[in-house]
Design a binder for this molecule. Structure first.
Ligand SMILES: C[S@@+](CC[C@H](N)C(=O)[O-])C[C@H]1O[C@@H](n2cnc3c(N)ncnc32)[C@H](O)[C@@H]1O
Length: 321
């Protein structure tokens, strides 16, 4: 299928989608099927708990690749409506265009490779192919290269072959891309019950928990923000919005699970790290436990920056009134 001249040549240049939001300086990058295991489990729980359909709210949906992945994994997608919501307008403009690229060196490169795929990757690839049509290279820049080939300008040299895709209409019919802030969740209206609220790899945006800066470049940590209170307000609003059996899904990046101390953290609840300190107790877990409506129903092992293995709960189900 040829595409190009009838698309407005509006410059939304995501060469290297690993870009930062210029205002917050925090990453807005994503990929298709990011943490496939958690996505598959979330979809399975939602379809079991809401067999007659539900709305699924994907906050921090970035450029839409997470929502497309979720839709593609549903066994009965026609019963569900997905909202892909992000605070960053450029990401929503990108998503609304409905055209994506994948290259074999990105995290989701398995989607355009034929060999060496795991069974899970093969399954995800076939789900993806049902949602998109391959198209020729559009006449606007559209790359999602990881930083290294981008910085070395290998993409310009034509070594990195991207494949380009356009969403099929049943996908654009089922997903609404919208600009929005999860802090306005209380006023968000849906027709059906909400089967799941996703906010993955973005808790650190809300809490200014930029651990990479602090551990890597030696930035000073933000001591003024009350990280526990921010997480408590968020998880309380999620608890109010979800019906019984609805799920809250979080990301598996270590910044979601290890928190910088702030001025409200008592001294006996801090662990020193270089010139900074971390919270001894993960505030998001404390907030969810204090809320009392949630139980963890899926955990995963992740690696902390010092190489230690941590088991973290990623899916929380509301099962108390
Ligand atoms: C690192 S990306 C994660 C994207 C995707 N969820 C994933 O895990 O691959 C974080 C995203 O969260 C968005 N975000 C940050 N704060 C937000 C908020 N308050 N409400 C909605 N989206 C937000 C950012 O704009 C960015 O696109």
């Amino acid at each position: 299928m040829k595409i190009g001249n009838n698309i407005p040549n509006k410059s939304i240049d995501f060469r290297s989608y690993n870009k930062l939001n210029p205002k917050t300086k925090l990453p807005v990058s994503t990929s298709f099927y990011n943490d496939l295991a958690t996505l598959k489990k979330s979809v399975q729980i939602i379809e079991n708990s809401f067999p007659n359909g539900a709305d699924i709210l994907i906050y921090a949906g970035s450029n839409g690749e997470e929502a497309i992945s979720v839709l593609s994994l549903l066994k009965n997608p026609e019963k569900y409506k997905i909202w892909s919501i992000d605070i960053f307008k450029e990401a929503i403009d990108y998503a609304k265009r409905g055209i994506y690229s994948v290259n074999r060196f990105h995290k989701d490169g398995f989607l355009v490779r034929e060999k060496d795929l795991t069974e899970d990757e093969k399954q995800a690839k076939s789900c993806f192919e049902k949602c998109v049509d391959e198209i020729e290279e559009p006449n606007f820049k559209l790359n999602n290269l990881t930083d290294i080939p981008y910085l070395l300008r290998l993409d310009c040299a034509g070594f990195i072959i991207n494949k380009f895709f356009k969403l099929k209409s049943f996908v654009t019919d089922r997903i609404t891309f919208a600009e929005g802030d999860i802090r306005d969740l209380k006023t968000f209206k849906t027709d059906k019950p909400i089967g799941g609220i996703f906010f993955r790899n973005a808790l650190y945006h809300l809490t200014n928990n930029d651990l990479r800066g602090v551990l890597g470049d030696g930035n000073k940590q933000d001591m003024e923000i009350n990280r526990f209170q921010v997480l408590k307000d968020l998880t309380d609003s999620i608890g109010e919005k979800l019906p019984q059996n609805g799920i809250f899904v979080m990301g598996n990046h270590f910044q979601e699970h290890i928190y910088l101390a702030d001025k409200y953290t008592p001294s006996d609840k801090r662990v020193p790290i270089g010139n900074n300190s971390l919270m001894l107790e993960p505030p998001h877990i404390l907030a969810l436990m204090q809320n009392g409506k949630f139980k963890p129903c899926y955990t995963q092992k992740i690696k902390s920056p010092d190489g230690k293995s941590l088991t973290v709960p990623l899916i929380w189900q509301k099962n108390c009134s």
